[in-house]
Design a protein around this ligand. Structure first.
Ligand SMILES: [Cu+2]
Length: 384
């Protein structure tokens, strides 16, 4: 996008009640910045539906939900051991960096990494899990020592150190953010990328190692990196997790089934009850209405960043109650396929609690549903 066009979209101060104009990195002062993040892969216990009830219906789980969420002699249930990316405060990796309230809805995704065009993202990665892992970014620039993926690429030594960080190991990834990593003509002022472990791609990602990145156009970022012409940002990953492919499948069988010996590990996933019960249809790792924090105010300029994971993802995100603009077209349903990344802009004019879900029947019935809330203009947004 040309900057002139983007700047025209920025509201003038009188229109900008609550906009963070005092902290804007203006185009003139947009000196390149290096953003340093300390990110570790940590093993956690993750509950896909913590309250144990269907928060979309407000009722106990129905038949389909019970097949997915209930543990049993040869069923794992709704709690799984996972590997997630966590952000720490510094290189000692002793203190977790608190997630800001407006980003609590990221659920099991890794920390948001962000920059504006011209900046550099630097990630000090510590592998605290018991399998080799990496951080492979999409979109940003990387040399061979910061790609995070092992394959025969005719590199040696230091250029291989990023491919598979061993358990207990540390590697620093450096990702410059050139113009081609930022919004193009036709984009808005910011776009979504993602990062994930790519050492054993399917096992790593299904274990949980994935996160979002946002790049804002040069000169259009607030001090915190957010675009100045947007009031509220949300990131939602329509995220099928195939726990059959996770590094922790056996650990989960041992920890959560009533009779591990009764589990037929040689079943073909999806076509058998055990395999099918390990496909978790989620939004940011939460199912059946457990993704919360999607709260905004009427009239705000809301930017939704949507993404999908690495399985046979075919999703139809649908917002009830309001409309969005995607690729300069008005809609209320958009499409995501495997590893898709989409930006949707909304100016909600319809207050209330509204369903936000995948319209693919199997996903909908398996819990890929949540609710977003539009408060009247005069109310404070609870998450701020
Ligand atoms: Cu779907």
């Amino acid at each position: 996008m040309s900057r002139d066009r983007a700047v025209r979209r920025i509201r003038r101060p009188a229109e900008c009640a609550g906009l963070r104009s005092s902290r804007v990195r203006s185009a003139a002062s947009a000196e390149p910045t290096t953003h340093t993040y300390y990110v570790a892969a940590d093993k956690v216990e993750w509950d896909y539906a913590p309250t144990g009830v269907d928060r979309i219906t407000g009722e106990p789980f129905g038949d389909v939900a019970r097949l997915i969420t209930e543990s049993g002699p040869d069923r794992i249930g709704k709690v799984y051991q996972k590997a997630l990316y966590h952000e720490y405060t510094d290189s000692t990796f002793t203190s977790l960096k608190p997630r800001p309230a407006e980003w609590e809805h990221l659920g099991f995704l890794g920390p948001l990494l962000r920059a504006q065009v011209g900046d550099t993202i630097k990630v000090v990665f510590r592998n605290n899990v018991n399998f080799p892992a990496s951080m492979h970014p999409h979109g940003v620039f990387y040399n061979k020592d910061s790609e995070g993926a092992p394959y025969y690429d005719e590199t040696i030594d230091q250029d291989k150190a990023d491919d598979a960080v061993p358990p207990g190991g540390t590697h620093t990834y450096v990702w410059p953010v050139p113009e081609r990593a930022g919004p193009a003509e036709g984009d808005g002022s910011s776009i979504l990328w993602m990062y994930h472990s790519h050492t054993n791609e399917s096992k790593d990602v299904n274990a949980g190692l994935m996160g979002p990145m946002i790049v804002t156009a040069r000169g259009l970022a607030d001090a915190d990196g957010s675009p100045v012409d947007v009031d509220r940002e949300f990131i939602v990953s329509f995220h099928e997790v195939d726990e059959n492919l996770s590094w922790y499948l056996e650990d989960n069988i041992q920890a959560y089934t009533g009779n591990p010996a009764s589990v037929n590990r040689f079943e073909i996933p999806f076509f058998t009850p055990f395999g099918a019960s390990n496909f978790m249809e989620t939004m940011n790792g939460l199912s059946f209405g457990h993704l919360s924090g999607l709260t905004m105010r009427e009239g705000e300029r809301v930017r939704w960043y949507l993404m999908a994971s690495t399985n046979f993802e075919l999703h139809a995100p649908h917002w009830h109650g309001n409309t969005v603009v995607v690729n300069n077209m008005r809609t209320d349903v958009t499409s995501l396929t495997t590893m898709g990344m989409i930006v949707a802009d909304m100016v909600p004019d319809n207050t209330g609690r509204w369903l936000f879900h995948c319209h693919v029947n199997f996903h909908l019935e398996s819990g890929m549903q949540s609710v977003y809330q539009v408060l009247p203009r005069t109310e404070e947004v609870a998450t701020r």
